[in-house]
Design a protein around this ligand. Structure first.
Ligand code: F6R
Length: 613
């Protein structure tokens, strides 16, 4: 998705903007641009280029070619208008004096464009953003200052937006406004920053404020003044961001995705260990009372993509632990259904970025229906975290690769811990079993290290199968949910067509797809259903398919008698096996994509944080 960086200070702005934009490349984009105020003679210097940031950076000699100490930069992920130099941001007003960068969508831009065209304003791009630049200028006709004009503009525009605006007439300030699209303010020494994602400015400052919906801010070298939706001055809390800069760097690895896969044992330690004390689960600042938990009639999990797959595993595990009905719904579907959600429903929202628009919309709909919202989020201070009644952070650290890995594992671990906590309150699970799971939980990071140390074996299987046209993932129960994630990982980064099926569904139609040369990844970690998994493997093999199987060490030899290849993970409590089983699937997708020469960290058409519907 689009990225925004802004800087007001004493240093040359363009190199800072380009560096900040490079930290946002992981989010996915198709063009980039900067606007810098270069003094009275030159005014705003605007440079834009379709394609990778290095194209723009090359044109500007890494930014050295552009004078000026105030500016905004943008990486664009096309929504309105194809990727092109003209459609890239910043978009500029007719006089060239106002430059705007924008994340989100101005929904009523058509009507505004018609109005402005009626006023004789010529448009040079197909973007919705261009209307903002012209509209701000239009509202300055009576000599209004930039902040007043932006305020007037906000009353006319509808949709989602994070905006960074500079004006050649007031060149010592940068205006920021936010509605339904994240924006962060950074406080440096003699300088201030604007960013849509904290990683863009982490090299310069760790002191940040998170803008709320409807707020505006004026950034100058000396500080930042924030305003509420009525343009009344407000004070914002300044937080200390504790993410390590190194965590957002590749640190010698070829790809972020591989680094993040390998970081999983450590991420699990961070997510789990502080939350197990004296043999019980301890959840920080947990505000859901025992009475409330006992009053619950159902649980509804909402999320998108891999986070949704976490919810799918969670459904099996939570229902087992809590004996409460658990429904899992895609964020993009939730608000268009008529979900059975009220004050007796706990809605669990799962999101790595905390900014996914569909998930956020579901959260708001659930709140409107009276439910309590508990979110499991990675990015501290993100919109979903801030709008929830209760947040459990995953503490996975920055996740840069578009394909999620360590966020998936930590989300799942936190969801399991939540289930264990609630099962104690509800008395729905024998205490000995709960303690046994918790004991096993503590051994997971080490077991995961063991799984990852066998990566060469997975690489070998990837080398055997990376050029297959179609791959099917099958499994039952949590193995089915795990298959959904394995399949998504493979297709999103290697572009190999893949599907996941509940094994029992094969005979209801999908087995017709199995033929000579099909690869089926058979997941058989759920040992109570092991025999069923074996039967499905036989079914596939007898139709000419190849089977790569995943099971635990205790059953690997048995599976190897039938499957073409077997990947084994250590035995653990059945509820925890998906936390180990997902790693080989991630590695398989990674190596397959590597062998197919794909852009692993930035797969085509995808974005890290999906802030449009
Ligand atoms: C897949 C992936 C996506 C995200 C989805 C939700 O590897 O990363 O499917 O899981 O876009 O994102 P978050 O968790 O940020 O809400």
């Amino acid at each position: 998705m689009c990225g925004i960086v802004g800087y007001v200070g004493k240093e040359q702005a363009a190199p800072i903007l380009l560096d900040g934009l490079s930290r946002l490349e992981y989010r996915g984009y198709d063009s980039a641009g900067v606007a810098v105020y270069s003094g009275r003679d030159q005014g705003l210097n605007v440079h834009k280029a379709k394609g990778r940031l290095k194209v723009l950076s090359g044109l500007l000699d890494g930014g050295a070619a552009v004078e000026g100490t105030v500016g905004v930069g943008h990486t664009r992920w096309a929504t309105h208008g194809a990727p092109s130099d003209e459609n890239s941001h910043p978009q500029v007003s007719r006089s060239g004096k106002i430059a705007v960068v924008h994340n989100g969508i101005i929904e009523n831009y058509g009507e505004l464009k018609a109005f402005l065209q009626g006023q004789g304003v010529p448009f040079t791009s197909e973007t919705d953003t261009e209307v903002v630049a012209h509209l701000v200028e239009y509202f300055q006709k009576d000599g209004a200052d930039i902040l007043t004009a932006v305020g007037r503009c906000l009353r006319r525009i509808e949709g989602a937006y994070a905006l960074g605006i500079i004006s050649a007439d007031e060149p010592d300030r940068l205006i920021a406004v936010r509605k339904d699209s994240p924006l962060i303010l950074g406080y440096g020494d003699g300088c201030t920053f604007l960013a849509s994602d904290i990683t863009a400015i982490l090299r310069h400052t760790r002191r940040a404020s998170y803008m709320d919906d409807g707020e505006a801010a004026v950034l100058t070298r000396d500080g930042i003044q924030c305003y509420d939706h009525l343009m009344q001055p407000i004070e914002k809390e300044i937080c200390q961001v504790d993410w390590e800069i190194d965590a957002a760097e590749k640190g010698g690895y070829e790809h972020f995705m591989f680094k993040e896969i390998m970081e999983q044992p450590e991420a699990l330690r961070r997510a789990v260990f502080p939350r197990i004390r004296n043999g019980e689960v301890f959840l920080e600042d947990f505000a859901l009372s025992d009475e409330y938990i006992k009053s619950l009639r159902n649980i509804h999990i909402v999320a998108c993509g891999s986070s949704y797959h976490v919810g799918m595993v969670g459904k099996y595990n939570l229902e087992k632990m809590l004996r409460l009905p658990v429904e899992v719904t895609l964020g993009s579907e939730f608000r268009y259904m008529d979900p059975i959600v009220d004050e007796k429903t706990l809605v669990i929202v799962i999101s790595q970025s905390g900014e996914t628009l569909d998930t956020m919309a579901a959260l708001r709909e659930a709140r409107r229906r009276g439910a309590s919202i508990l979110s499991i989020v990675n990015v501290v201070g993100s919109s979903i975290a801030r709008e929830s009644d209760q947040v459990l952070y995953t503490w996975a650290g920055p996740e840069i690769a578009v394909a999620t890995t360590k966020a998936y594992t930590t989300q799942l671990a936190v969801l399991d811990l939540l289930g264990l906590y609630m099962s104690r309150v509800l008395g729905s699970m024998p205490a000995e079993e709960r303690r046994a799971v918790l004991e096993d939980f503590k051994t997971l990071p080490e077991k995961l290290e063991k799984v990852l140390s066998c990566k060469d074996g997975v690489q070998y299987y990837a080398s055997q199968y990376f050029n297959r046209d179609s791959v099917f993932y099958i499994g039952r129960n949590v193995d089915y949910a795990l298959g959904l994630e394995g399949s998504l990982k493979l297709k999103e980064i290697s572009y190999v067509h893949s599907e996941a099926y509940a094994s029992g569904e094969l005979k209801h139609g999908t087995i017709s797809l199995i033929e000579e040369g099909s690869l089926v990844v058979a997941l058989g970690t759920c040992l109570r259903l092991f025999d069923k998994a074996m039967s499905n493997i036989v079914e596939v093999k007898s139709r000419g398919g190849d089977v790569l199987a995943l099971t635990t060490e205790s059953r690997a030899a048995e599976m190897a008698k039938t499957a073409n290849g077997v990947i084994a993970i250590p035995d653990a409590h059945p509820m925890l096996l998906p936390l180990l089983g997902v790693a080989p699937l991630q590695l398989f997708a990674y190596y397959a994509a590597l062998m197919r020469g794909c852009d692993i960290d930035k797969p085509r058409n995808l974005a890290k944080s999906v802030t449009v519907e």
